[in-house]
Design a protein around this ligand. Structure first.
Ligand code: BDR
Ligand code: CA
Length: 318
């Protein structure tokens, strides 16, 4: 049976890798793409979503998200990671100007959740502002979704504890207030965190093989991955691309590839550790704290790297 999903995204090189993975997967039924600022401004990420839809024949409608965090100015776009155009500055050939749907992203999330109560998984791989706006506008949305899977956070279990500061992951750091609302909402959330996404690397040889086996999508992804891999090589000494956003999609398709730890999660919203995600694991005993009486959420602590890379390649080949 296919799983209905909404994909909330800031394309973004690894977002494009995730979106084309969704498109190729027979296990997923993509109902909508909702965009968010993050890897670029909202005009650019929305244009990129529309471009990917046109070029690769996606049928899901695109809804434009908000252009700024809930309560602070937007951080500068990371052009040194994703390029000026958000897609590695690869030329976007044959671009036909198109418009997103009229409805804002947060309203689309609410309406789709209400149309299919208990059936839709919201996969969010950018800053969490659209999700927070949906919760504020209609708190019942939390009970109407089947679940939420995000790419975000870092829990100090493995890999890197942060990628924009020593303790903060980009999607959370880009709107920490929204992230704290999302982690403490009464829905079943899994955070696919840096602890696992930095453990899964697509090497240049893997990307070349993808180009050879996955048709035009493989060739496009290999092209846009090159500046991304160059960034990871120069900054982190990684030989290839860390698989961030596609790992969240893989969690929806094959959760058995991951180990999770359950517990309540809070996000630091001020000070030098802004954007840090901290979990109080279930069963740990402390005195009274800000983690008490909060929903229990899952965070990923281990991943089967070979299994995830195989799932991605086989899905794209099909
Ligand atoms: C996350 O931040 C963005 O740059 C990527 O697209 C990914 O969603 C990784 O920290
Ligand atoms: Ca992203």
């Amino acid at each position: 049976m296919t799983q209905k999903i909404i994909f909330d995204t800031d394309p973004g090189i690894d977002d494009a890798m995730a979106l084309l993975f969704i498109q190729a997967s027979p296990a997923l039924d993509l109902l909508a793409i909702t965009t968010i600022f993050g890897n670029a401004d909202i005009e650019t990420t929305t244009r990129n979503a529309l471009y990917l839809k046109q070029r690769f024949g996606l049928t899901a409608p695109v809804f434009k998200g908000t252009d700024k965090p809930l309560s602070r100015p937007r951080n500068p776009s990371p052009t040194f990671v994703h390029g000026e155009n958000g897609l590695g500055d690869v030329e976007l050939t044959g671009l036909v100007p198109a418009q997103p749907e009229a409805k804002p992203a947060y309203q689309a999330i609410i309406d789709i959740a209400r149309q299919h109560p208990g059936e839709v998984t919201l996969v969010a791989v950018g800053p969490l502002t659209n999700l927070a706006l949906a919760l504020k506008a209609d708190p019942e949305v939390a009970a109407l979704l089947k679940g939420v899977v995000i790419m975000g956070g870092a829990f100090g279990v493995a890999g890197k504890p942060g990628n924009v500061t020593p303790v903060a992951e980009a999607n959370i750091w880009n709107d920490p207030e929204a992230a704290d609302l999302v982690f403490t909402a009464p829905w079943a959330l899994t955070a696919v965190s840096l602890d696992v996404t930095t453990q899964v690397v697509m090497s240049p040889a893997y990307m070349d093989a993808l180009e050879a086996s996955a048709g035009p999508a493989g060739a496009f992804l290999n092209a846009i991955s090159k500046p991304y891999a160059a960034f990871y090589g120069s900054r982190d000494g990684v030989s290839g691309c860390c698989v961030h956003d596609a790992a969240a999609v893989a969690f929806v398709i094959a959760p058995s590839l991951f180990e999770v730890r359950r517990g309540s999660v809070r996000v630091v919203t001020e000070g030098i550790t802004l954007g840090q995600t901290c979990q109080k694991a279930e069963g740990e005993l402390f005195g009274p704290s800000a983690w008490d009486d909060q929903p229990i959420q899952a965070v990923t602590v281990a991943v089967d790297e070979a299994g995830l890379l195989k799932l991605y390649a086989e899905t794209m080949r099909a």
